[in-house]
Write a protein that binds this ligand. Structure first.
Ligand code: KG4
Ligand code: ZN
Length: 350
């Protein structure tokens, strides 16, 4: 079909998302978050997330259909995140999607959450209708993932580099907790950093030593990989040193310096991977793509490297249903077969 009408469901973490797209056009994108219920625990509690998805899924479906002005009958397909994510949370979305597919007789598409983050970056851009750009790459930075990808086709994605420990968003969340800033940490550190000096403290950039980097001809074992556990430990040590001296830690300076270390190493390694793999167009996605400094530095470094950057609006960077629908729409346009009704969600889908 030229412009398939697809409903997408996302429930891999704490957001219950339902989005509807027609071809490359976004019609609606309803997101209900259970974040408020996790705040007092300082992290997403899977059992609470699953229960919240159960409560939110039907209202979200109704709202998305209403906003798009379409009925279930008109849909060409139903898509759902099959993984990776929290098993119980995924199960709610997958069960809802299967129920809808059985009830309506519409084809069902099991979607990889990470590839959906890539696909949504192209939504509403002409490239979506025309097919993917030839030398496309993606930089995904979220609470669960930090990866640089070579995207040859929407079903042909190669991982060039990734974090070997915490994801960048996770590092933000853990550092914010350490600084007593609450949860989720990303938005707070982003805001607070504007009042701090990013050069106040020189925090380590993980895996940048020559033994990890190697050279372009002889790459080291972690040339395009990241590690944020050393950075987190360095922030903890820094806070301890101030406290040991009986001084109040300069929280804004620490936040800004931490953020600079993350954003610097994330963008530097992504640029290197792009350069050495002939990537000339880069998509930025994932929840941390909402970060002002990450957007700014990625834009600046892409511009000086001659790379065209695609950055979706923030509402499409964080988890949502439209990204799932967008990927399925692309798959249907490419003639992909639907999934069988008996697929199981896979919390560690590669
Ligand atoms: O993609 P996402 O919504 O969920 C997954 O992890 O899949 O990303 C959530 C992550 C959290 O770790 C949150 O702290 C981080 O994205 N985040 C940010 C910002 N907004 C959200 N990190 C840095 N700066 C932000 N403005
Ligand atoms: Zn995500």
């Amino acid at each position: 079909r030229a412009e398939p009408l697809i409903l997408g469901i996302e429930s891999s973490c704490d957001e219950t998302g339902v989005g509807i797209v027609r071809g490359g056009t976004l019609l609606s994108n309803t997101v209900a978050s259970s974040m408020d219920e996790h705040v007092r625990f300082g992290g997403v509690i899977p059992e609470i997330a699953s229960r919240a998805h159960l409560e939110a899924i039907v209202p979200a479906l109704d709202a998305a259909l209403k906003e798009a002005g379409v009925t279930l009958d008109e849909l060409d397909g139903i898509a759902v995140t099959a993984g990776p994510g929290l098993a119980g949370a995924l199960m709610v979305g997958v069960s809802a999607a299967k129920a809808l597919a059985v009830a309506t007789g519409k084809p069902l598409f099991a979607i990889n959450h990470l590839v959906a983050h890539v696909a949504v970056g192209l939504l509403a851009e002409q490239v979506f209708a025309d097919g993917l750009p030839e030398n496309l790459g993606a930089l995904l930075v979220s609470g669960g993932h930090t990866e640089v990808l070579r995207v040859r086709g929407i079903q042909d994605v190669q991982m060039l580099g990734s974090t070997i420990d915490d994801a960048a968003g996770e590092a933000y969340d853990k550092t914010a907790r350490l600084l007593g800033l609450g949860y989720p940490g990303g938005p707070v550190i982003d805001r607070l950093s504007r009042e701090g000096d990013p050069k106040a403290i020189r925090f380590p950039r993980g895996l940048t030593q020559p033994k990890y980097m190697g050279t372009a001809d002889e790459p080291g074992p972690h040339r395009y990989d990241w590690s944020f556990s050393g950075l987190k430990a360095a922030v903890a040590r820094c806070v301890e040193q101030f406290e040991a001296r009986g001084e109040e830690p300069p929280v804004a300076d620490i936040a800004a310096s931490f953020q600079e270390a993350v954003v610097d190493v994330v963008t530097a390694k992504a640029m290197l991977a792009c350069k050495e793999h002939g990537i000339t167009e880069l998509l930025l996605g994932g929840g941390v793509a909402a970060n002002a400094r990450l957007r700014e530095l990625t834009a600046r470094r892409c511009a000086s490297a001659g790379i065209t950057l695609h950055v979706p609006p923030i509402s499409l960077c964080t988890d949502n249903g439209a990204m799932v629908a967008a990927l399925a729409s692309r798959l249907v346009m490419d003639g992909a077969e639907p999934s069988s009704l008996d697929f199981a969600p896979d919390s560690s889908l590669p």
